[in-house]
Design a binder for this molecule. Structure first.
Ligand code: SF4
Length: 429
């Protein structure tokens, strides 16, 4: 029989603690980066960035060039003639889209993704999407969202993409009754999604994932939909879902054993699953994950960690590192602090932790230098200079690309932090 773990453990007063709000220079990727994991998830979608050569370079270098497969993203490059207003960018865009859809009949969903250059020349991609949707319907739906780097951080690209998809979801009304179902919201690696699907099936919870793997599998939504966020950076998507009648299930995020258990329990409770059944279903993966985490705890306990604001995963990650691995939090920075979605995470942080929202990069680097943490979680642009100063770093973006949610991934997530520390120790020996 499983050890019953506390589902409402002691909380700190952290939810009420003041937050250092900063506004200054930021070091983040733009929302185009989200295409890298979104194009893998929705397998018959295509992402056409309307941007510059810089945008194309960002995507190519971040995603790599796909040699063997037809890529599912591209950049329609706005050149000097478009910027000078000498060419009709709309006509050019229509030509590019027509050629693309003729060549690639398997595309069912096309996203026109806005960028800084398309916004600067005020190219109205929403009108373009409506026009092209009418032309290519019903074979292809054309939607648009912005991935521009103006006032965004990179995970907002996924939020904007999913928010654009919400109005496309079919209504969940059956014979006048709203169907009760769970919607898991946020891109998860397929391996993680399969594990959660098995657990939810065993619990008897009716569920769907959003985004789905194919454009034709859009989940139905309505007043009976309870949505559970799998990612903490989906504020706009959540608002759009609520406008369609769905209601939010408050929960921590499924990182680590504790977060995964509380996340699944929120779903189980909402659908009337007994605590006994819940323990029966989750006991074995929970025990396996706890055993695997024990080995990592030996490496990480007592080590200090400093978070620069980057992926918006910082607060759930900090909670996991502190509570399940015994790490010390020197500063936890996040680009945006959504108090409602993060309420349970904030309550699980240790009292007195330094939280910061937004960024003033020079000031934050000064604080990082003076606290000399054992490991720093930061963007790519900061990692090399900090390594050169003798600090050990972890790229925040890697935590978004890697499957880290759920029981089976808990130890892998811990290892992402222990590996660079071990490497540094070996180099110093
Ligand atoms: S969208 Fe803006 S920030 Fe992003 S690559 Fe293009 S120009 Fe750069």
């Amino acid at each position: 029989m499983s050890p019953v773990i506390a589902l409402h453990p002691q909380t700190s007063a952290c939810a009420d603690l003041p937050v250092l709000r900063e506004r200054g220079q930021r070091e983040v990727f733009c929302g185009l980066t989200g295409i890298i994991w979104l194009h893998r998830k929705i397998q018959d979608a295509f992402f056409l960035v309307v941007g510059s050569r810089t945008c194309a370079h960002l995507l190519q270098s971040a995603a790599g060039v796909m040699i063997f497969a037809e890529p599912r993203f591209a950049t329609a490059i706005i050149d000097e003639r478009d910027l000078a207003g000498l060419a009709d960018a709309n006509e050019e865009l229509d030509r590019v889209v027509t050629r693309l859809l003729e060549r690639r009949p398997e595309i069912k969903l096309l996203f026109l993704v806005g960028s800084c250059p398309s916004e600067v020349i005020k190219l109205d991609l929403s009108r373009a999407a409506t026009r092209l949707s009418t032309q290519f319907s019903p074979q292809v739906r054309v939607l648009n969202y912005s991935g521009s780097g103006i006032e965004t951080t990179f995970t907002q690209g996924e939020d904007a993409c999913l928010a654009a998809l919400v109005p496309e979801l079919p209504p969940a009304l059956q014979e006048g009754q709203a169907a009760q179902s769970l919607l898991v919201v946020g891109t998860l690696a397929d391996v993680v999604e399969d594990q959660f699907a098995r657990l939810l099936q065993q619990l008897g919870v009716p569920f769907a994932f959003f985004p789905p793997r194919r454009a034709g599998q859009m989940p139905a939504i309505g007043p009976g939909t309870r949505y559970l966020l799998a990612q903490p950076f989906l504020a706009d998507t959540a608002r759009a879902l609520e406008a369609r009648g769905a209601s939010h299930l408050p929960a921590p995020f499924p990182l680590g054993v504790e977060g995964t258990t509380a996340w699944l329990w929120a779903a189980a409770q909402a659908f009337g699953v007994s605590k006994q059944r819940f323990d029966e279903v989750t006991a074995a993966p929970r025990e396996r994950a706890q055993a695997a985490l024990g080995k990592q705890r030996a490496h990480l306990s007592g080590k200090s960690v400093f978070f620069f604001p980057d992926s918006q995963l910082e607060i759930p990650l900090a909670r996991f590192l502190s509570r399940e691995l015994g790490m010390r939090l020197t500063e936890v920075g996040t680009p945006y602090l959504h108090r409602q979605h993060l309420a349970q995470e904030l309550a699980w942080l240790p009292a007195g932790v330094q939280l910061s929202e937004g960024q003033h990069v020079e000031q934050q680097i000064d604080r990082c230098r003076s606290s000399r943490p054992d490991i720093v979680v930061c963007g790519l642009g900061l990692a090399n200079p900090l390594e050169a100063e003798g600090m050990t770093t972890k790229w925040a973006i890697e935590l978004v690309f890697t499957p880290i949610q759920g029981y089976e991934q808990a130890a892998d997530l811990a290892e992402l932090f222990s590996r660079p520390l071990n490497r540094r120790m070996r180099l110093a020996a």
